[in-house]
Design a protein around this ligand. Structure first.
Ligand SMILES: [Zn+2]
Length: 154
């Protein structure tokens, strides 16, 4: 299968946004919840356009790994874990994602994943309750400390 991507731009800022936010999801094809959440957010914003602050633009790529999604598997058609393929950019999916990232230069990027509530890994760690939304932003050394602290607070 040849991968096809959709990316969307939502803005009421003209060409002068104060903040650029980039949401993307489903790097892992068997994790559709992030894509569903982003599409729901778009639908909700289309019905309530006043909710988007005038100085914010959104860029949304709801499905990074369509080949994995069609087969309901984590990896892409080349059997690569895209979430581990951002350094060499040998996979077309991550190459496209980085091209978009370079084009829009977001202030904040949100990579949506899905975690099982009955994960054995979580149980082994002694975690008894799992958050509805997990924000993990500690893996980028260039991240502004204020954003990291906000992620920890949420
Ligand atoms: Zn994932």
């Amino acid at each position: 299968m040849v991968a096809q991507w959709i990316w969307l731009h939502v803005s009421d800022t003209g060409n002068n946004p104060r903040w650029t936010l980039f949401f993307f999801a489903q790097q892992h094809g068997n994790e559709p919840a992030g894509k569903d959440a982003l599409l729901y957010m778009l639908q909700y914003l289309s019905k309530n356009p006043g909710l988007l602050p005038p100085n914010i633009e959104l860029w949304i790529m709801p499905m990074i790994n369509p080949d994995g999604a069609v087969q309901n598997k984590q990896r892409n058609a080349a059997d690569a874990d895209l979430n581990r393929a951002h350094l060499l950019l040998e996979q077309p999916e991550t190459w496209v994602l980085h091209q978009i990232y370079k084009k829009i230069k977001p202030h904040v990027a949100v990579d949506c994943h899905e975690f099982s509530r009955d994960s054995e890994g979580y149980s082994r760690k002694g975690w008894l309750e799992w958050p509805e939304i997990m924000m993990d932003c500690a893996n980028n050394p260039l991240l502004h400390p204020g954003i990291y602290q906000s992620g920890k607070r949420w």
